[in-house]
Design a protein around this ligand. Structure first.
Ligand code: HEM
Length: 504
């Protein structure tokens, strides 16, 4: 009881101080909608953050200033402005409130510090990101070696689909394929298609993030997690990340055991590293600089958090994008037929290879239109790490800066009929694939997605192989299929059923 009284008086003080600070909106801050202390614009948002961003843009322009919760926030909607800002190191922070909630969510015990890639900043972020990019690249993110890992999962999936060609949900099958290939890259281990342990963890984590959404109360006001009821709910949602941590601990311990066994058997010489955990453990061992994010216990925590980040960021996004891809070709059967004609010409009955992509411009165009139209990540939150200026406005350090990706990829001044799904916009006059710098599903700049190459490889190999083996039909007819995304933390693909008709 005494603790709750102290907590309550602490909260009242906190609110009062926040309230005072609130009226100190910096001079020369961008214009935007009115806010109330502590909650900011939340009470007036009328729906989700995505729709609100588009309304604010219409009313206040390409640079909008507001309070989300109690954080000073700016929404950028113009491509050039986003591009300039996000290539600048001073925009590579993450929002403090979001980081606090997500750090507490993933922590294995109260008070555990943050780390890893997605929710860190400064030197720690830059070291961890650089290491992850290089290590994943060495394993073949950008090389053909990755093809084997992905294709193995694709073929397992085809077998599962063949066994049940009747009307079914693709969701589960695709998720398993994507989860398994990433698990192999990170841990060196293969999961069987029926293994539900990792899938349950992935689903549990996604549920929390999507239910909260980007502007959910907990994401804006992390202290809410100490209040009764919310506290219990928050604790319950931590079950998935805690199970993940246990599994990761087990994996790391196994790797350490194997490494020391190898040293004993090979006169102190290690064989070549095999997976992400192996390389990371080597890095921890060789790090002598106490300030480094790879040193000692800090290094071990960063290993755990980086594994969680890569796995968390890579699994649901990869499978959601695939789900969207199949949804569009079910909705538009003529486009599906054109892809199948192209793949019959180029691949026939052979096994697809990443090299085929350059000979399949139409398929490439369809996949880019899937990424543009679905706009999986509709807004990306960063924060300023110093005082900066944007379009003549002043933004203090720690201002949250959202890139309104939905606007970039659906801007009517740039894209013709952006609401229409039209792959031809990515083809030139000679029907060759034409990249567009404004199709940025993985963002751009200093923090762009580190899994871009892997995601593109997965998308191509899964998509082409499934369309090679099956024709996909909507059991209730294509007209009835909705392509309207569900707005959560990111866009989720609407649920749909599919009938598979064998082609070979
Ligand atoms: C179609 C699938 C994917 C899409 C659309 C996507 C999109 C994005 C976007 C928009 C960001 C935010 C960038 C920023 O903050 O500026 C991001 C970050 C990130 N993504 Fe992906 N991603 C996908 C797949 C993957 C995969 C497969 C992995 C892992 C192998 C991955 C790992 C990450 C990580 C670790 C970050 C954080 C980067 C940082 O904070 O520096 N993503 N992704």
């Amino acid at each position: 009881m005494a603790f709750q009284v102290i907590l309550l008086s602490g909260m009242i003080w906190y609110c009062f101080l926040k309230w005072l600070k609130y009226y100190k909106v910096p001079d020369n801050f961008p214009p935007g909608p009115p806010s109330v202390p502590l909650l900011g614009v939340l009470p007036f948002m009328q729906g989700n953050l995505k729709d609100a961003m588009q309304r604010w843009r219409k009313e206040y322009g390409e640079v909008v200033g507001l309070h989300l919760g109690s954080e000073l926030t700016v929404v950028l909607s113009d491509f050039d402005e986003i591009s300039n800002a996000f290539k600048d190191k001073r925009f590579t922070g993450r929002p403090k409130a979001l980081t606090e909630t997500m750090t507490a969510f993933f922590a294995s015990h109260p008070g555990e510090k943050g780390g890893g890639i997605v929710f860190s900043e400064g030197e720690q972020w830059s070291e961890q990101r650089r290491f992850a990019l290089k290590t994943l690249r060495d394993f073949g993110f950008s090389k053909k070696a990755m093809e084997d890992v992905i294709l193995e999962e694709v073929f397992k999936m085809i077998q599962v689909l063949r066994a049940d060609e009747d009307s079914m949900s693709l969701n589960q099958v695709l998720s398993v394929g994507v989860v398994n290939s990433l698990w192999t890259i990170l841990t060196g281990q293969k999961l069987s298609h029926g293994d539900q342990t990792v899938m349950k963890i992935v689903t549990g984590t996604d549920d929390f993030i999507n239910n909260e959404s980007m502007s959910g109360p907990l994401m804006m006001m992390p202290w809410l997690r100490f209040f009764p009821y919310i506290k219990e709910k928050f604790q319950a949602s931590k079950e998935a990340p805690l199970s993940m941590r246990k599994l990761q601990n087990k994996m790391v311990a196994q790797h350490e055991e194997e490494q020391s066994g190898e040293l004993d058997n090979n006169n102190g010489v290690r064989k070549e590293s095999k997976d992400f955990i192996d390389v990371y453990l080597d890095k921890i061992k060789e790090t002598r600089d106490r300030k480094s994010s790879f040193f000692g216990d800090q290094g071990r925590l960063n290993l755990q958090r980086s594994l969680t980040d890569i796995f968390g960021a890579g699994t649901s996004s990869g499978s959601s994008m695939l789900l969207f891809a199949f949804l569009y070709v079910i909705k538009y059967p003529k486009i599906q037929t054109k892809v199948q004609d192209e793949l019959s010409r180029i691949i026939g009955k052979n096994t697809v290879s990443l090299d085929d992509r350059s000979n399949m411009p139409y398929t490439d165009a369809v996949l880019h239109e899937v990424m543009r139209h679905s706009c999986l990540v509709y807004a990306v939150p960063h924060a300023t790490t110093e005082d900066v200026s944007v379009q003549g406005f002043d933004l203090p350090k720690d201002t949250v800066v959202y890139a309104n990706l939905w606007q970039v990829m659906h801007n009517t001044d740039y894209w013709q009929d952006p609401e229409i799904f039209r792959p031809e916009r990515f083809l030139d006059r000679d029907s060759k694939f034409r990249r567009d710098e404004r199709c940025i599903p993985f963002m751009l700049g200093k923090r762009f997605c580190i899994g871009q190459s892997l995601a593109l490889q997965q998308l191509f190999l899964f998509f082409v192989t499934i369309l090679q083996h099956f024709e996909l039909q909507a059991p209730g007819g294509a007209e009835a299929v909705s392509i309207e995304p569900i707005v959560g933390f990111v866009h989720q693909c609407p649920k749909y059923s599919v009938k598979l008709v064998g082609r070979m």
